[in-house]
Design a binder for this molecule. Structure first.
Ligand SMILES: [Fe+2]
Length: 435
């Protein structure tokens, strides 16, 4: 028996010795995700449950806004379950961590992020325009709204020290940017693109750009990939709404990203699920904007990286209904969350489009209703990452034909721009190094 096993082993060794190519193919045939998986969450706008009740003031605030703030705690819990289940290597939060920058929200969020880290997944954060020195930090008490304590840049570093700042390999002196080296394959260039409150736009200062060059030199010396993360858009994601979304010095930063051999910049802020690329001297740079997790369809991004294969980005949705069922939560909105949230989006995130349609005199009331339904559906799909031919079913509706027939107006321009974008599906991107 022993002789037979020995003979088989010798045959296997001889087989591989005479076929060395097979060994090399086996060694390099590592599939996406075998190496490294990162989750990216953007624009959580977390509001601590300590800061609101179910009173008139809070309900009015939610109804006048675009985010389901009453469920940010639940969004975070559902996301945490995804992390515990799939165990990504790390999670990055691309800014606008909190709804209005209240210290209480930041502190409670930090505790929640600790729970994620306890599961073995490293968390990294950067601030967004809502998070620092926010003078609109508020809390709600029945029919009243009161000011709540906000936080400074220094407080941010203290509160989130465990999530990037304490273990940063290299910090920028002039901003809250830092370089994280979670492993020897990929470094994270966490960029603070915020301007002082109340400015909602973004930019990277000259000194920060010099610091990025130093980070880039280090990465090149050690032959490591850098993935950048920042709150504001690196390049324009929309033909219509870019002011205060794209960083002011986009052109300069794009060139620096190329020269730094960065392939991907993960961003948020505009709340759109959108991927744009930029070509420079034969290489391609991608700005992947992950949509707001607190707005329909409540998704986050998964980025897989293999040094041998390339990158794969795809979105994953939070399953709120399943969470409500598993946890026996008796809440009608949560139990039918898909319909509830979709309806909230169409009412609360399509107000501008609706008002614009109401002003079109050539349409009857019935026709206006059809156009509003079509435009709201298009807008919902647009924010979820779908454009062009992915909206073919909508362009066959009567509402769309009516929209086509009217004179040029903002809502028509907006809708038509959705059908003429860079890519149809912004929920997936595969970058293959072999190509
Ligand atoms: Fe933002």
């Amino acid at each position: 028996m022993k002789k037979t096993i020995l003979l088989i082993l010798v045959c296997i060794i001889i087989f591989f010795l005479v076929n060395p190519d097979i060994i090399s193919q086996m060694a390099f045939k590592i599939k996406f995700g075998d190496d490294l998986i990162l989750y990216v969450v953007s624009d959580l706008h977390y509001l601590s449950e300590k800061l609101y009740d179910n009173g008139e003031a809070f309900n009015k605030y939610v109804e006048s806004g675009d985010k389901l703030l009453q469920y940010t705690e639940v969004f975070l819990n559902v996301f945490k379950e995804k992390v515990l289940e799939n165990k990504p290597d790390f999670v990055v939060f691309a800014g606008d961590l909190t709804s209005n920058g209240s210290k209480v929200s930041h502190m409670d969020l930090s505790d929640k992020l600790s729970e994620i880290e306890d599961s073995g997944t490293k968390v990294y954060v950067i601030p967004g325009n809502h998070d620092l020195n926010n003078t609109r930090s508020i809390y709600f008490d029945k029919e009243e709204v009161h000011r709540s304590e906000n936080i400074s840049n220094e407080d941010f570093v203290d509160i989130y020290g465990q999530f990037g700042y304490n273990e940063a390999a290299f910090r920028d002196k002039e901003s809250l940017s830092y370089l994280a080296k979670p492993n020897d394959k990929v470094w994270l260039l966490m960029l603070d693109s915020t301007k002082p409150y109340p400015y909602s736009g973004g930019r990277l200062e000259k000194s920060t750009l010099e610091w990025v060059k130093e980070c880039s030199n280090l990465a090149k010396e050690e032959d490591v990939k850098m993935i950048a993360v920042m709150h504001h858009s690196l390049v324009d994601h929309s033909k219509i709404i870019n002011f205060n979304y794209t960083i002011d010095n986009s052109k300069e930063v794009v060139e620096l990203m190329h020269k730094s051999d960065i392939d991907i910049v993960l961003t948020g802020h505009i709340h759109l699920q959108d991927i744009k690329s930029n070509e420079y001297e034969g290489r391609t740079l991608y700005d992947i904007s992950t949509s707001c997790i607190s707005i329909y369809p409540h998704q986050f991004g998964q980025l897989s990286y293999s040094p041998w294969e390339g990158y794969e980005y795809k979105t994953m949705k939070l399953n709120m209904e399943e969470y409500a069922k598993t946890n026996n939560m008796k809440n009608e909105s949560l139990e039918k969350f898909e319909v509830y949230s979709e309806n909230f989006f169409k009412v609360n995130c399509c107000k501008n489009q609706k008002n614009c349609v109401e002003d079109i005199e050539s349409l009857s009331e019935d026709e206006k209703a059809k156009v509003v339904e079509t435009v709201s559906e298009m807008n919902k799909m647009y924010f979820a990452g779908y454009r062009n031919e992915a909206l073919n079913k909508i362009t066959e509706t009567e509402g769309f034909k009516l929209l086509e027939s009217i004179e040029d107006c903002p809502v028509k321009r907006y809708a038509m721009a959705i059908l003429n974008d860079e890519r149809a599906d912004n929920n997936i991107l595969i970058i293959n190094f072999a190509e």
